[in-house]
Design a protein around this ligand. Structure first.
Ligand code: GLV
Length: 292
């Protein structure tokens, strides 16, 4: 804020909840730069409402909330925040893998609900990571950071690109844990649907720290309820948040956390820095340091 205010007049949406669409459209009317979050949809309607806009700085690495064809057509530069949230997201991925593999949610429920009565040689048995196969879909910065961590746990790591159907089929068939690290695009929407879930090893674990719509949640609910796969651990859903009565939340062996992949003090601070770097550069007529 200080860096922006030193050079520009800054208007800040002061509430924790995102601005309602009509408010956002009204507020961008006079803006030359926009520092937005992944909860703000930047599309033709918004760009029409912001005729003076010269720069969009998304405080996220994912940019599926921005219509890049529209911004490109209007020659408005868009920046994101790559790199600085790689480690925090990879850490959370390992936390989700471990939580699902070692059944932490069920364990907590037993402890709080009085269900834990004695040490049980067969109680809450889970997946041992050493020797298990981790399949990574999308071997970009975050996928690679997860692979390094998983290797430290003795996992055998395999991967495939997001546009490699044969590779994905192989990966799904052989992985004990499948972890998604691809961006959300038209091609990856519902990449993990009925067919993909049916190809997963019985009892395997699905982890998603990428974007909710990459997984078909109806298909996931069915697979969990039928015991087709062992567990799912999701940092992202569609929509976010899920309504409390969403049927997915009633599925067994499901852990959902509230999109906290980048939620460390370090990562969020650096994301803010990068978003400001991008905005200040573009408003000064220089190339953004982290253009999309
Ligand atoms: C968070 O989800 C991000 O894309 O930065």
């Amino acid at each position: 804020m200080d860096r922006l205010a030193a050079e520009h007049e800054v208007e800040v949406w002061p509430h924790a909840m995102p601005p309602p669409r009509t408010e956002l459209l009204r507020l961008v009317g006079g803006c030359e730069g926009l520092l937005c979050l992944l909860t703000d949809r930047v599309d033709a309607e918004l760009l029409d409402a912001a005729p003076r806009l010269r720069a969009v700085a998304n405080m996220a690495v994912g940019v599926d909330n921005v219509d890049l064809a529209e911004t490109r057509r209007r020659r408005i530069p868009v920046g994101n925040t790559p790199g600085v949230l790689t480690d925090s997201t990879a850490d959370l991925t390992m936390a989700l893998i471990l939580a699902a593999a070692r059944r932490l949610v069920e364990g907590r429920e037993q402890v709080l609900g009085g269900g834990w009565r004695t040490w049980d040689p067969m109680g809450l048995l889970g997946l041992e990571l050493r020797g298990a196969v981790l399949g990574i879909v999308g071997m970009g910065r975050i996928g690679r950071a997860v692979a390094r961590r998983a290797a430290g746990f003795g996992m055998r790591v395999d991967w495939c690109g997001r546009d490699d159907p044969a590779g994905l089929d192989r990966l799904l068939a052989e992985s004990d844990v499948v972890s998604l690290h691809c961006p959300l695009t038209a091609a990856t929407r519902h990449l993990i649907g009925r067919d993909a879930l049916a190809r997963m090893k019985p009892g395997a674990i699905l982890v998603n720290t990428a974007r909710g719509p990459i997984v078909d949640q109806d298909a996931l609910r069915e697979a969990l309820r039928a015991g087709r796969i062992g567990a799912a651990a999701l940092d992202v859903t569609d929509p976010e948040p899920l309504p409390a009565d969403d049927p997915l939340l009633a599925a067994p062996n499901l852990l959902v956390v509230p999109h906290i992949g980048s939620a460390t003090h370090t990562a969020r601070g650096r994301m803010a820095d990068l978003a400001v770097d991008n905005l200040l550069a573009a408003l000064a007529g220089r190339p953004m340091p982290h253009p999309v």
